[in-house]
Design a protein around this ligand. Structure first.
Ligand code: FEO
Length: 173
């Protein structure tokens, strides 16, 4: 049985992951408006992944005998200055999520909940990838600057992303 402190923290994380999904879907719709279909597709897949992250926490909480308490999801931002502004927001948001995951890990360690610490390790690694992916796109966007051909090239590159079910969820939904 999971302790109340971790139960509450995981419920808050379910909400944070749902919000991430909402935010990235909002970014996807912004790209649709700009006719940047590749960026829109990349962001929609990102939104799907975040929903999976929420479900991984949801499944884990139930598995540990905790009560899931779903909360209101905040309204995400829906307009940005330019493509770079969007991806810089992604990076800032992911560093925030990394802090949340680190706080969860600290809580698990303090509560001597080794099962939760082992469970959370997947998210620690995932956050390294999430931040690196956003940083790489930002670096490319800074290189291409205001070059339209470069923007269409990166749009095509991002279109190639495919959805991969996160490992902790495979076979569970
Ligand atoms: Fe669920 Fe992008 O972290």
């Amino acid at each position: 049985m999971i302790c109340d402190k971790l139960k509450d923290a995981i419920n808050a994380q379910i909400n944070a992951e749902m919000y991430s999904s909402y935010l990235y879907l909002s970014m996807s719709s912004w790209f649709e408006k700009k006719s940047l279909k590749g960026c829109a597709s990349w962001m929609k897949i990102q939104a799907q992944e975040e929903l999976c992250h929420a479900m991984i926490f949801y499944n884990y909480l139930i598995e540990r005998g905790g009560v899931v308490e779903l909360d209101v999801i905040d309204k995400p931002k829906y307009d940005w200055n330019d493509v770079l502004d969007v991806f810089e927001h992604v990076y800032r948001h992911e560093t925030h999520v990394t802090c949340l995951i680190n706080d969860l890990m600290t809580c698990a360690i303090e509560e001597k909940d080794h099962a939760s610490a082992a469970f959370l390790q997947w998210f620690v690694t995932e956050q390294v990838e999430e931040e690196a992916a956003a940083e790489e796109i930002i670096a490319k966007l800074k290189l291409i600057g205001s070059d339209t051909a470069g923007l269409f090239a990166i749009n095509g590159e991002l279109a190639a992303r495919t959805f991969v079910m996160p490992l902790p969820l495979s076979g569970k939904i």
